[in-house]
Design a protein around this ligand. Structure first.
Ligand SMILES: Nc1ncnc2c1ncn2[C@@H]1O[C@H](COP(=O)(O)OP(=O)(O)OP(=O)(O)O)[C@@H](O)[C@H]1O
Length: 673
């Protein structure tokens, strides 16, 4: 019997129970299991079932109480009338309470799959209300429900709104999981370097996340008005090309809107069956979304085919749209990476081709052979040889033949750095580390990371510099001047010197432990004068090089000139030969180079005799004249010492580091040309 004394508007008890269930229960079923008894109790009914209209038919969703009392056949007319009138209606012991069940559209996938076709933009923020009702069974005809309808409707509204909260909460939770999965997949895609592998990985992620049989990315070839489908499963060795206006995919491209298509309910002619025929496949359902590039331009369409055990709906659109966004980024970033890689490879190839160790003398053949062997390892190398014999060329050659060829090659002339500068130059400094340190700067070790650091003239390094260098080579970390953080560096060191290091060690001018560190393998370049016909090979090489640079015909060397080149002492080695040939290319305008054109004196000097003070009288000021004289004088001294900076400095009455400083002041180049 119904308790007619129940105060119809006293809904505080049920309201508290509903609120509590909302907090404690995480899904619809658990929530309704908790609140339906409360509702039954409040109304005095003994059974209830929630019914929802789907595709024009009523289906049972959730029930409670003595279900044997609810008839198999739902009272559809009563349900319809109650919903039309928006109030409780009873016939005998059966009542129907209209139950506005505002279901978030996001929940569609959870509760019931959408199985009609759909279309729209991929911004899925809107929601739609479904029609539902509660069918209640009483022991006897309830007589007071009309008085109690206000409270009843308020409770129904509370349950309805709580359900919406639960749906939204679940939807958000599911979206977070989906987005995390998409992000994890997208991070993996960034590591893929091959087109086909990337597209396949994207398609595999889509088939697994959308639970479907296949997925394809159709990239748009605007110029040819074609969509190129990849991965084109079933199309061996070729890509699947379709007209960019054909089928559902064409519709998505044209409208920029997603499409859902199902064979059961949609127009079959919309699907491009030619594709099915070609790949011997039967499309039963599909969902397709547009793909946009970085500038928001459409770059293609992402399609998932044949949902397994469900029908595609808007929740699949949301996942596919997320995947499409990240897929477009991954595809574009792979293209960009490939372009950058091609550019880098071209630059590296250019640089490598210009780093040719010319020479056929057996001594050079041996150096080349050993250098090739060493290049494959990461061992430290010490290159020995007089000035201008090609130590830096050899170091570069090792670099370009090694695994580090795509990394930087950084050369440092240790002799040109005074001790105070050396540390900051090699290891970097932090802002404020010393007076002029206005900002932080990476040192050469950091800059060479992943590549090769060439330490030229290492024998001229100060004792303090040697100690610091040794520490970095041993620890493989640098600490910037004024800094405290250890920065790991992955650098191969190739050192070079023209000094007899063993002698310097015995004189305690070079650390023995550093010598062993650097001298894991050593290569020695012979002086040019002992290399026989290599002098001609090199001369021809430089002739071609400079004539090409200035756009003139390559002149011939006459027999007397060849004889002089072969017999000259070349104290400055290949650098001196190069300078000589450069001068010839600029100054000798004839087709044949005669001995006089070489301007070589019988000894070691090169061009210094061409500089005369008379050439300087045009200078307007004494300062300019002095500067020009100093430049020429230093050039002449270096040239006459065959490029040996230590000897040149001694001849000029300067310490070697002071000579470098002076040269920098005068704007002269301080390292190899
Ligand atoms: N085998 C070679 N083939 C082509 N060019 C060479 C060769 N060796 C040296 N050169 C050229 O000679 C010049 C001097 O070479 P490099 O700077 O490598 O000599 P170095 O021994 O390192 O000199 P330094 O001891 O003064 O630092 C450069 O212009 C270089 O291009």
């Amino acid at each position: 019997m119904i308790d007619l004394t129940n105060n119809a508007d006293d809904i505080e008890g049920p309201a508290v129970s509903i609120a509590q269930a909302l907090v404690e229960r995480s899904n619809r079923k658990c929530f309704l299991d908790a609140v339906f008894p409360v509702l039954l109790d409040f109304l005095g009914a003994n059974a209830l079932v929630m019914v929802t209209q789907k595709n024009g038919a009523w289906t049972r969703n959730h029930s409670h109480g003595d279900l044997s009392r609810i008839p198999e056949d739902l009272p559809e007319i009563l349900i319809g009338n109650a919903i039309d009138r928006g109030s409780i209606l009873c016939v005998d012991q059966t009542c129907v309470l209209p139950f506005p069940c505002p279901t978030s559209i996001h929940n569609g996938s959870n509760q019931s799959k959408h199985d009609g076709s759909a279309t729209g933009n991929t911004n899925l923020g809107e929601s739609s209300d479904r029609v539902s009702a509660l069918v209640l069974k009483f022991d006897s005809t309830p007589t007071d429900l009309a008085n109690r309808s206000s409270g009843t409707h308020r409770i129904a509204a509370m349950i309805s709104s709580a359900l919406r909260h639960i749906d939204d909460r679940q939807y958000q939770h599911r979206r977070v999981e989906q987005l995390s999965a998409v992000l994890a997949a997208a991070a993996d895609w960034q590591r893929i370097e091959d087109d086909e592998a990337l597209l396949r990985a994207i398609a595999d992620t889509a088939t697994s996340m959308l639970s479907c049989e296949r997925a394809s990315i159709f990239l748009w070839d605007r110029r040819r008005s074609k969509l190129i489908g990849r991965p084109a499963l079933g199309v061996e060795g070729e890509s699947l090309e379709v007209d960019d206006k054909a089928g559902v995919v064409g519709e998505v491209l044209a409208t920029g809107e997603y499409k859902i298509w199902n064979a059961d309910s949609d127009d079959g002619s919309r699907v491009n069956r030619k594709v099915d025929a070609r790949i011997e496949f039967q499309t039963r359902s599909l969902v397709a979304v547009p793909m946009s590039g970085a500038r928001k331009e459409t770059i293609g369409v992402f399609e998932a085919i044949n949902a397994i055990d469900h029908s595609f709906d808007v929740s699949d659109v949301a996942v596919l749209a997320d995947l499409a966004t990240h897929a477009a980024v991954a595809i574009e970033s792979l293209r960009t990476r490939r372009k950058l890689k091609q550019n880098r490879d071209r630059l590296v190839d250019d640089a490598a081709s210009q780093t040719e160790l010319i020479g056929e003398h057996s001594s050079i053949e041996l150096v080349r052979k050993n250098a090739r062997k060493i290049a494959g390892t990461d061992l430290s190398v010490l290159v020995l040889g007089k000035n201008g014999t090609g130590k830096e060329v050899l170091a570069r050659m090792i670099h370009y033949q090694s695994e580090r060829r795509n990394g930087p090659f950084i050369a440092v002339n240790c002799a040109a750095l005074v001790e105070t500068l050396l540390e900051s130059e090699l290891f970097g400094h932090e802002k404020g580390a010393f007076t002029d340190a206005n900002q932080s700067r990476s040192g050469k070790f950091e800059l060479a990371s992943g590549g090769t650091l060439f330490l030229d003239e290492v024998g001229d390094m100060s004792p303090g510099g040697q100690a610091k260098l040794l520490r970095v080579l041993e620890d493989k970390v640098v600490v910037r001047v004024g800094g405290s953080q250890s920065i790991p560096v992955d650098v191969r060191v190739i050192a070079a010197t023209n000094q007899p290091l063993e002698e310097l060690i015995s004189q305690r001018k070079f650390r023995e432990d550093l010598f062993f560190r650097l001298n894991v393998v050593s290569l020695t370049l012979p002086p040019l004068s002992g290399r026989g016909d290599d002098v001609l090979l090199l001369a021809q090489h430089f002739l071609k090089q400079f004539c090409y640079q200035i756009g003139r015909q390559v002149p011939e060397l006459d027999q007397a000139t060849i004889a002089i080149l072969k017999n000259h002492a070349w104290p400055g080695n290949i650098r001196q030969l190069r300078n000589t040939i450069e001068r010839v290319c600029y100054l000798c305008t004839e087709d044949v180079v005669k001995p006089d054109d070489l301007m070589l004196t019988s000894g070691s000097s090169g061009s210094s005799e061409n500089v005369s003070l008379a050439d300087l009288v045009d200078s307007t000021t004494l300062t300019d004249a002095t500067k020009e004289f100093q430049v020429e004088h230093i050039h002449a001294a270096i040239e006459s010492c065959g490029g040996n900076m230590t000897d040149a400095a001694a001849r000029l009455g300067l310490h070697r580091s002071n000579l470098y400083r002076k040269m920098r002041q005068l704007g002269m180049q301080t390292s190899g040309e």
